[in-house]
Design a protein. Structure first.
Length: 675
């Protein structure tokens, strides 16, 4: 017997022959995961003694969170019953000390390699047939096969592990219900290149290589990141509450920002939960447009470095109200200094970079990994691309989630399905799921799926300061004085905030003509040293013509910019303010950011493709974010937004996901723990 491994306990001896199962790394359970931490199995053990042996190959049903993934048949296996007492179930943790455990049942096969990180396998109950009166008979696999009980359904399947999916899944995991989280990507590799500006920004190494098309046929790569944690792996972690007035109708020069069917008060308690879950640092009372809050920020504001403090003081002197940017960050400071035990070290590779130290409060770090460690009913399946959702013949219930994983086709089912793939990808999933009952796409009787796409009018601007800017961690300050109006403009302009420090490789790669006039007197490295960088956001108004759709196999993003005068005026305001703070007169546009061109490829703040509302004729989702046309399909990314405001949308996504988690828990007859 080749490559055999034997595991012994007080009551059992089990020999596994790996070679007869194919590739060795397909053998899981005791043989394949002996060194995996956090792996738990449920196994059945007899109260009395028994022995189990195999001479060629072993066979058990292999379960992850209740779903049977594979079965390997036995060549010659016998189960020697030593008494007739029935089987009981108990939990065993498989760790490096597994040889010391009392393993009475082990061995399983996953024919498509292991699921990432932590698992909740459940073996089929293997027991003597109740009508079998043979006292010491040999029970073959044929004898016991019919007694295998298979749990075929999860309680909830969540598609997408970004902030909207991961926060909902973590909260629902606290209910004890079986939760499966599907992620089309894998864990983002932790490597030194995570902190390399050329790798991250110029080469765009971590963004998707998919090719999409604009409405004019122009090719582009969307700024999407398919990893556990989704786009939050590279986000700037600025976590704002929408302003209270953002939930009401707002008049802009170019049109109306529509009112939400729910108001700020409906989301306020969940904003507090979201701030705790995502470790938000901030200071109440500084931001003049901040909405009312029932709770303080859970962590103190991130301190300004000297040059940013000087900018703050200059803006205050000009009559503005700069404030500490609310940031989701695993940072401990004392007297403005990073403590020795802080995960975050306040490096220059935060905004736009993956965090090598896991110091950024992204969805993987604060939701997925803690849920895997804490809840045995929670499972994660990576590299699992959902191709479509299947319904029953009536078209009212999603009955199957079709997945391609490592070129194999799989099907999963659950009582509740939650799509949280991001506003663009969730809409595309619904469109791919067209059927006879839903000919224009799942839940698309209103023809609103994919429409009303919004992504903020955004600019990343670099100012060249007359004095060097040696700030390491620059993203700590914001200005909202022009959010709703200005002294010379009656309409909303938007938000100004700091962003990542420019690096020489980024400047060199963009090298726009207006920049080259500074050479050779100021080389790229010197420009980077004198740079101060800002992210400007103005509200993008929803338009039905702005949409994501399929043209055959092509993904097409139709986008016509609007409300741009407000954004232009916001730039002019910043230029004036920085002139007072010692900047040269021209702000330089950084058109390349996160390896993508803004605007069409700038999909970080995507929203609005499946808006919620009370009328199924002009909305896709009801007020609980359940599809009007389906009984068990929910969406918890930013698709539900009727408008987008001008602040970063992530905290609102998370707050809504936590709200919907409570609605789903109520439907399942359980209560979810507050975050």
């Amino acid at each position: 017997m080749n490559d055999a491994k034997a595991f012994r306990g007080p009551h059992a001896e089990l020999t596994l022959a790996q070679s007869d199962l194919g590739a060795r790394n397909h053998v899981c359970g005791v043989a394949g995961w002996i060194d995996r931490p956090h792996l738990h199995i449920w196994h059945d053990c007899a109260i009395g003694k028994f022995s189990l042996s195999t001479s060629v190959v072993f066979a058990w049903r292999w379960f992850v969170g209740g779903r049977c993934l594979a079965v390997a048949r036995v060549a010659s296996t016998t189960f020697k019953a030593m008494d007739k007492r029935f089987v009981v179930r108990r939990r065993v943790s498989l760790t490096k000390t597994v040889r010391e455990r009392n393993l009475l049942t082990a061995g399983c096969v996953d024919h498509r390699r292991q699921v990432r990180r932590s698992f909740v396998p459940e073996f089929a109950r293997v027991m003597k047939k109740r009508d079998d009166t043979r006292p010491d008979s040999d029970l073959t696999f044929t004898d016991i096969q019919g007694e295998c009980a298979v749990m075929e359904r999860y309680d909830v399947i969540v598609i997408g592990s970004g902030p909207g999916g991961a926060s909902l899944a973590r909260k629902l995991a606290s209910t004890g219900k079986s939760i499966l989280l599907l992620e089309r990507g894998d864990y983002l590799k932790r490597e030194i290149a995570n902190w390399d500006p050329k790798t991250v920004f110029v080469e765009g190494a971590y963004q998707t290589t998919e090719t999409w098309y604009g409405g004019d046929g122009r090719k582009f790569h969307p700024g999407l990141h398919y990893y556990v944690g989704g786009n939050s792996k590279v986000y700037g972690a600025a976590l704002f509450r929408l302003r209270e007035r953002d939930f009401d109708e707002l008049q802009h020069k170019d049109g109306i920002s529509p009112a939400w069917p729910l108001k700020y008060a409906d989301f306020e308690p969940y904003y507090g939960e979201a701030e705790r879950l995502f470790h938000v640092h901030g200071q109440r009372g500084e931001d003049p447009t901040e909405p009312p809050s029932s709770t303080p920020f859970p962590y103190p504001a991130v301190s300004h470095e000297p040059r940013i403090q000087a900018l703050h003081d200059s803006l205050r002197h000009a009559g503005l109200h700069p404030f500490h940017l609310p940031l989701g960050i695993l940072l401990d400071e004392k007297d403005g200094k990073v403590t020795p035990t802080s995960t975050c070290i306040r490096c220059a590779a935060f905004d736009g970079f993956p965090c090598l130290l896991n110091g950024k409060a992204d969805a993987q770090v604060v939701c997925v990994d803690p849920a895997l460690a804490a809840y045995p009913n929670f499972s994660l399946l990576t590299n699992a691309y959902v191709t479509r959702l299947e319904t029953d013949p009536s078209g009212h219930t999603v009955t199957a989630v079709h997945v391609v994983r490592k070129d194999a086709h799989e099907r999963y089912s659950a009582d509740i399905i939650v799509a949280a793939c991001g506003a663009l990808s969730s809409a595309l999933l619904l469109l791919r799921s067209a059927s006879e009952r839903h000919p224009h796409g799942l839940a698309n009787g209103s023809d609103q799926v994919g429409r009303n796409y919004m992504r903020h009018n955004q600019s990343i601007l670099m100012a060249l300061m007359r004095e060097p800017n040696d700030t390491m961690f620059q993203k700590t300050l914001a200005v909202s004085d022009f959010y709703f109006n200005a002294d010379d403009w009656a309409y909303p302009l938007g938000l100004i905030q700091m962003c990542a420090t420019s690096h020489a490789d980024q400047i060199r790669s963009e090298a726009l003509p207006e920049w080259l006039s500074w050479l050779p007197e100021m080389p790229f490295e010197e420009m980077a040293r004198h740079s101060m960088d800002f992210w400007l956001s103005s509200e993008d108004l929803p338009r039905a013509e702005n949409r994501v759709r399929y043209d055959g196999e092509r993904v097409v993003l139709d986008l016509v910019e609007g409300n741009m005068e407000a954004h232009w005026r916001l730039k002019k305001k910043l230029e004036q303010l920085l002139g007072l703070a010692g900047a040269h007169s021209v702000l330089m546009e950084r058109s390349l950011y996160l390896g993508k061109n803004v605007p069409i490829g700038g999909t970080a703040h995507q929203a609005g493709t499946a808006r919620f509302g009370t009328d199924p004729a002009d909305s896709v989702l009801d007020l609980d974010c359940k599809a009007h046309e389906l009984d068990n399909l929910y969406i918890t990314d930013a698709s539900f937004f009727p408008s987008i405001g001008a602040v970063n949308p992530t905290l609102t996504i998370v707050a809504n996901a936590l709200r919907v988690a409570d609605r789903i828990a109520e439907r399942l007859g359980v209560k979810a723990a507050a975050m």
